[in-house]
Design a protein around this ligand. Structure first.
Ligand code: PEP
Ligand code: MG
Length: 598
């Protein structure tokens, strides 16, 4: 038995036999060519590019309507990279000028493009060089194999076990190709490359495939046909497990499947505590297509539409009409259920492309370089510095209110004057729409996010001005505990059970209740079943989370009574040590689980 640790980028456990994908560092032959062979070499390049183009297009056409929205987006991105002149034209010029073979020209250009990406001081952009490598690798395979397809060939193990792929790197197109093969029965995969923000990771998460990335040298350690366990929950790969370990994991897989089947039965149930308090379970979404996942999970509405994803990874920002279409699509899909649309939260870890940023012009007060972006110009601060950007978005959101139940949510408020400014912008956007004779609901409410301690400590002024509050615990924890939420070296200190965080949450819920201003939580904490009972006990009635968490939280709501939740909350709020708090919560959850299975 041998165990390797990497980055678990999705959830779940996969058990299967190793299939190692051919090494990705292809044997690239480099040689000079004679001038008379230039045309032949260029033709080889053209044929290889068109073979890969056809393969990606075929995969794209085969993507079902029910596939997660990322699937098409990643294929589109790889198709765009393939057609970029930096990759498809430049190597042809290199062949002509330097009289070198196609493979050599392509790899020279690849390194040139990747160097440019890797020089960018931003993890998201740096990891895009991985996409470029994946595309080029596919073209190199096409060059090596002539007319043969570049997709990996995998066979199902003879003993009927499922397959665990072990690869240096795995492109989104490969995952899709292999996941679709019913005869193959792909259980999960592990790779040597890749981090939590790679497209490989995002796709594994949205397809629900257990995956561990960043396992250096795994291809030389795991042998073809080895039985392995991919524990994506803990980022572990267990090679050749002991009989006891294998049995324990097989049991977990079986129980996991049974639990998911049980949860699916709850889809149509209304979320009420045992003593009859109705709880709203809402969904967080990032793109209009995600509304389908929300409906599928039985969400009571959208509690957070993170609109910045419509603005990122593009050079031309969406205009009012494009935004209106996106917001209206969600509002229509939700058929009258509430849709909370958050105004642009760019800055810090969510950045606009440089070209898009430049298109906004130079705003007075906007820094060119930020030394501390999480404390810098982000969210509402950004919108107030770029009034046209803000007004355009507000008009688009307001127009969407003519086709559904829409609410406006403003992120990162810390000062009362920011609320007043945002309200003035909403009033101005309404006037503009009236002048332009656009329809909208004049009563669209504006709420604010509580994600900065200053906001949670100035609640009376906030509830006087805002129609609802939404606690963004992801940032509230970051700013309360002074932990950069994206810095893995301090992630062990990022704790939602820290008493300071719980105090701020409790205050916000209580103040909202007293002033009759509805309060929700839309940070990750809302989807953590570990704290559902505690939050119910603190008086929370609206939880907004990733759609995949809704049924699990509903189960906890259904088996909790408000009375016992209040007792639990008051015990927790008297405890100073997060370790003790966690023990108390776990004991209570274990009692519920025992009652469920009894
Ligand atoms: C939060 O901070 O909790 C939140 C929901 O916003 P985001 O994660 O998008 O910053
Ligand atoms: Mg936030």
């Amino acid at each position: 038995m041998r165990e390797l640790n990497g980055i678990g980028v999705s959830r779940g456990i996969a058990i299967g036999r190793v299939h190692r994908l051919a090494p990705s560092e292809l044997d690239i032959r480099q040689y000079q060519i004679e001038r008379k062979n230039v045309l032949h070499e260029v033709a080889r390049l053209n044929n290889a590019f068109s073979l890969v183009r056809t393969e990606l297009d075929t995969l794209h056409r085969g993507v079902g309507n029910d596939a997660p929205s990322e699937v098409r987006a990643f294929l589109d991105l790889h198709r765009m990279i393939l057609d970029d002149s930096m990759l498809c034209d430049a190597p042809r010029d290199l062949v002509r000028q330097k009289l070198i073979n196609a493979e050599w020209a392509l790899t020279i250009q690849l390194e040139h493009v990747c160097d440019q990406f890797e020089a960018i001081d931003d993890e998201y952009f740096r990891s895009r060089s991985q996409d470029v490598r994946q595309v080029v690798e596919r073209v190199l395979k096409a060059l090596a194999g002539g007319e043969t397809a570049t997709m990996p060939v995998v066979r199902k193990p003879a003993d009927g076990e499922r397959v665990v792929l072990v690869a240096h790197d795995l492109a989104p197109a490969d995952i899709l190709h292999l996941k679709d093969r019913a005869d193959l029965d792909l259980a999960g995969f592990v790779t040597e490359l890749g981090g939590a923000t790679s497209h490989t990771a995002i796709l594994a998460r949205s397809l629900g495939v257990p995956a561990v990335l960043g396992l250096a040298d795994v291809r030389s350690i795991a042998q073809e046909g080895d039985l392995v366990i991919v524990d994506a929950d803990q980022g572990r790969l267990i090679i050749d497990p002991s009989a006891e370990e294998l049995a324990a994991y097989r049991d977990r897989v079986k129980k996991g499947a049974e639990e998911r089947a049980e949860l699916r039965k709850l889809k149509g149930r209304i979320a009420r505590t045992k003593d009859g308090i109705a709880i709203d379970l809402l969904a967080n979404i990032e793109l209009p297509g995600d509304a389908r996942d929300a409906l599928e999970a039985g969400a009571d509405g959208i509690g957070l539409f993170r609109t910045e994803f419509l603005f990122m990874n593009r050079d031309q920002l969406p205009d009012e009409d494009e935004q209106f279409e996106a917001y209206a699509k969600v509002a229509r899909a939700m058929k009258g259920k509430p849709v909370v649309i958050r105004t642009l939260d760019v800055g810090a870890d969510k950045v606009l492309n440089a070209v898009a940023r430049d298109s906004l012009g130079f705003a007075a007060g906007a820094p060119t370089v930020e030394s501390n972006p999480a404390l810098g110009l982000r969210a509402i601060r950004y919108c107030l510095v770029y009034p046209e950007l803000f007004l355009t978005q507000l008009r688009a959101i307001l127009r969407a209110s003519s086709v559904g139940t829409v609410r406006i949510l403003v992120p990162m408020l810390a000062h009362v004057h920011e609320i007043d400014s945002a309200l003035a912008f909403v009033a101005r956007a309404k006037e503009q729409l009236k002048e332009r004779k656009h329809k909208f609901d004049a009563r669209v409410p504006m709420g604010g996010m509580i994600e900065v301690p200053a906001a949670a400590l100035s609640l009376p002024a906030f509830v006087k001005r805002l129609k609802f509050l939404s606690i963004g615990t992801n940032d509230l924890i970051q700013y309360t505990l002074a932990i950069d939420r994206a810095d893995s070296s301090v992630s062990h200190l990022y704790d939602h059970l820290h008493p300071a965080v719980l105090q701020l949450i409790s205050r916000t819920i209580k103040t909202g209740e007293k002033s009759r201003v509805p309060v929700s939580i839309c940070g990750e904490m809302a989807g953590e079943t570990e704290v559902t009972e505690l939050l119910l006990g603190l008086g929370l009635k609206q939880f907004s989370m990733h759609p995949s968490q809704i049924l699990a939280v509903k189960q906890r709501v259904l088996e909790t009574s408000r009375r016992s939740a209040i007792q639990l909350a008051s015990r927790v709020m008297r405890t100073a040590d997060p370790i003790e708090i966690r023990k108390t919560l776990n004991r209570s959850a274990a009692r519920s689980a025992a009652a469920r299975t009894a």
